[in-house]
Design a protein around this ligand. Structure first.
Ligand code: 9MG
Length: 283
């Protein structure tokens, strides 16, 4: 292996991501309303088919989440979350060739899904729940640390920043330090500015514009803006009409050096990423 490849190689459990290219992460929510018709097995099958469709469309990661981060969403117990997430993680690991990311803040879910084949922990709370740092360290998996102030239920109550990009960078640097103390080395960390989490439209736009400043932290960036209200507010579009705005942001994030784009619309985003790669590899 060349030294350049070894610098961009991120082991994710039993699979490896080459972060020299931009990856598309497909979103797979397994909350009760996501695949609501049918019993347990048909819901599981529907979730697997959705994951498979995203992989065929070019997703190299699938982000499985069993606890909604929407403001006002009902809190779920660790057991309930595990019962939602564990069967689909096990099934995807058996049936599909893809890195499974688990969108969780719950230590027990981190430990058990790692055992079942998850390759990445995606924690919107940046391992701030009791026991999360130790659980993530014990899995040996890479972790995505995301910026958020407060909890999803109260994060949009008048968020304030002097300089949003600087403060997001300081928060992520502090979380990286806490990870290092807990035995999670920097080489296993992905960073995420947390678009839509404790930020007004102006905060989100400014953070997006100055995203490159976060490269100073020396870790790959994950960006999630798909169908979010920052697109809705900027363009005055309801959630079903945010695809074009989302693709514009996906292109911009890729050009600004984001390594992973977390999206609902995988096929369209993969085209964006491939088109940019085609231009960038030209003479
Ligand atoms: C779970 N989830 C919802 N939005 C997200 C985002 O922007 N980033 C990450 N890492 N996870 C998210």
């Amino acid at each position: 292996m060349t030294s350049v490849q070894s610098l961009t190689r991120l082991p994710c459990g039993n699979r490896v991501l080459d972060l020299a290219q931009t990856h598309v992460m497909g979103i797979l929510n397994v909350t009760p309303d996501s695949f609501s018709d049918g019993g347990h097995y048909s819901q599981l099958d529907a979730a697997l088919r959705h994951a498979e469709a995203m992989v065929l469309a070019g997703a190299t990661l699938i982000d499985v989440g069993g606890e909604s981060t929407r403001p006002g969403a009902r809190a779920v117990s660790p057991l309930e979350e595990l019962e939602r997430v564990a069967p689909i993680v096990e099934l995807i690991n058996r049936e599909l060739d893809v890195v499974i990311s688990v969108d969780t803040s719950t230590p027990a879910v981190m430990r058990e899904t790692a055992r079942l084949g998850a390759g990445l922990i995606n924690d919107v709370r940046s391992l701030r729940r009791d026991g999360a740092l130790d659980a993530a360290a014990a899995t040996g998996l890479p972790v995505c640390l995301m910026h958020m102030l407060g909890e999803p239920g109260d994060m949009q109550d008048n968020p304030q920043y002097q300089d949003v990009t600087r403060e997001v960078g300081e928060f992520l640097a502090e979380r990286m330090d806490r990870c290092a103390q807990a035995g999670i080395p920097a080489k296993r960390i992905i960073l995420d500015p947390g678009f839509g989490f404790a930020k007004t439209l102006q905060h989100n736009l400014s953070l997006f514009k100055h995203m490159e400043a976060l490269h100073a932290l020396g870790r790959p960036l994950l960006v999630g803006v798909s169908r979010k209200s920052m697109i809705g507010h900027a363009l005055n579009r309801p959630v079903g009409e945010r695809l074009h705005g989302g693709l514009a942001l996906a292109a911009l994030a890729s050009v600004k050096g984001a390594s992973i784009l977390r999206v609902h619309d995988v096929a369209e985003t993969v085209d964006v990423v491939r088109m940019i790669a085609a231009v960038e590899s030209a003479e």
